[in-house]
Design a protein around this ligand. Sequence first.
Ligand code: NAX
Length: 328
Amino acid sequence: TRTPVNVTVTGAAGQIGYALLFRIASGHLLGADVPVKLRLLEIPQAVKAAEGTAMELDDCAFPLLQGIDIADDPNVAFDGANIALLVGARPRTKGMERGDLLEANGGIFKPQGKAINDHAADDIKVLVVGNPANTNARIAQAAAPDVPIERFTAMTRLDHNRAVTQLAKKTGVSVSDVKKLTIWGNHSATQYPDIFHAEVAGKNAAEAVNDEAWLADTFIPTVAKRGAAIIEARGASSAASAANAAIDHVHTWVNGTAAGDWTSMGIPSDGSYGVPEGIISSFPVTTKDGKYEIVQGLEINDFSRQRIDASVAELVEEREAVKGLGLI
Ligand code: NAX
């Protein structure tokens, strides 16, 4: 039998955690033949709630679930971790300036990065979900100098999946007929969902749509502001869809993209497409054997260039802000 994979989830008692843990334990993260051990990290006040979730996980009698540990100390929770899903974060509260938000999250992601550096397994892969996801991932990465930089990623898969569905609806195809869509930049309102290289049922998506006004005035804002629309409708932020995207992100990273397709991941830039090196920005990537590569050689038109640059500029500002705070 296979050795279980240690999966650490932070913010385990939160709403994304609740939607995520059962799918990890039932085999959707890594595969139906891969046993898992769960490590749940919470703040002390939420440990009891995490214990309740662990009781429910036990009550599912998932054959792949080989154990659940709960901790409020990152040094314990990341010990031996092969996969880390950093979901818990400090949300923006009323009147909070961006600097305050970055500082509060630095207080979470810096020590967690250090704990990953000191205690995680050599093959650790990290996905940051907690917002501001890209910059939180950068903070954690900077605190983990012994871990290869490319192991720190941020989630833009929810944006990617949202864009796939909007494009499928517009063109009247099924979601599985949409390929090669890209989210560029930051997981924020400046993100840029790019359909110029995408395909719908084998045809170029931008040509199939042939409506730049729809692109600029409907598609892009619908995808970028979907989180706010969910809050407005549901009275709570995206949870099951965010958990699903986290599952997709890691599953694709570990198990590979399909031939003729790619996905979107927030990853440390190597300078490709003019994105400054080291910034964690979303790119089109293919994955194979647990590694990802940026899709190279795409022609970027003016429409796309402006929007990629705007989102990257925001990431550069966030980087300067966290630098100023001594977080990286
Ligand atoms: P909740 O507030 O329901 O849960 C967050 C949990 O994190 C709480 O249980 C809290 O106790 C815990 N937590 C806080 N600090 C912690 C720490 N230092 N260590 C361990 N746990 C800690 O939020 P939820 O709706 O689950 O969302 C979690 C995060 O995901 C938020 O930052 C949210 O903004 C972000 N999102 C990111 C998305 C993305 O696409 N990248 C989309 C969905 C979501 O908005």
